[in-house]
Design a protein around this ligand. Structure first.
Ligand code: ADP
Ligand code: MG
Length: 229
């Protein structure tokens, strides 16, 4: 059973995800060996199709490996059942996506509170935490707006607040600056670095951008689904 505070934050051994469609086999990732210590900020690089999103999806519990073992914050991702994975996704990891993935009909504040309400928290405590995060992210004045009324940078900052609402051990960001101009991209990278320092979250950022480089405690490069040495 999980021991959520145990080190390392991420341990992958011979981790593979092969996609099969009929006769066709496509390598997502193959034979990944990776150990990430809690509190690291890892930048994941590699060309399009090299396996970055596949690896993040496995770590996030959105998908399952076809071989190998994966532990995230002490959770054995291979043996977790569907209900455990749902809880894991809600409480242990926070995800930030290129396309923001906010719910269009909910306000900023409602988007941020939703994962905590789904996890069964106390409404008043959740709202207090959401307002703290929105204040930190300079979004206090936007909290009643819906995503369509925000700039890209504001949408991504809302997504960061949503990712943090349940105090996750690990934040996973898949091309978080892909839809942002360079100024907002810089702000988002600085925020990811700051939350890594401030809340000692382990952070993994898959990106083509050089903006993350100064903040990386480690850079890992994928090529054709494997770690390039
Ligand atoms: N759901 C899927 N079905 C089949 N092939 C996939 C799927 N997702 C990713 N792939 C393939 O796996 C490889 C790695 O893709 P991906 O992890 O998305 O790379 P990256 O994020 O680095 O661009 C690519 O060849 C891609 O086409
Ligand atoms: Mg990708």
């Amino acid at each position: 059973m999980p021991t959520p505070d145990s080190d390392p934050a991420i341990l992958a051994q011979n981790l593979s995800r092969i996609y099969t469609m009929g006769e066709t086999r496509v390598v997502g990732i193959a034979g990944i060996e990776l150990e990430v210590t809690a509190g690291e900020l890892v930048v994941l690089k590699g060309n399009s199709g090299s396996g970055k999103s596949t690896l993040l999806s496995l770590i996030a519990g959105l998908d399952r490996a076809t071989a190998g073992t994966l532990y995230v914050a002490g959770y054995d991702m291979g043996s977790a059942d569907g209900a455990e994975l749902t809880r894991f996704r809600r409480e242990v990891v926070g995800m930030v996506f290129q396309a923001f993935n906010l719910l269009p009909t909910l306000s900023v504040e409602e988007n941020v509170c939703l994962p905590a309400l789904l996890a069964g928290g106390n409404g008043r405590d959740i709202r207090k935490r959401a307002l703290e995060l929105l204040d930190w992210l300079d979004l206090e004045h936007r909290r009643q707006h819906v995503p369509a009324q925000l700039s890209g940078g504001e949408m991504q900052r809302t997504a960061i607040a949503r990712a943090l609402i349940n105090d996750p051990a690990v934040i996973l960001a898949d091309e978080p600056t892909g839809n942002l101009d360079s100024r907002n991209g810089q702000i988002v990278m600085e925020l990811l670095a700051e939350l890594n320092r401030r809340w000692a979250c382990t952070v993994i950022i898959a990106t083509h951008s050089i903006l993350a480089d100064p903040f990386a405690t480690r850079t890992i490069c994928l090529k054709d689904g494997s770690i390039k040495s």
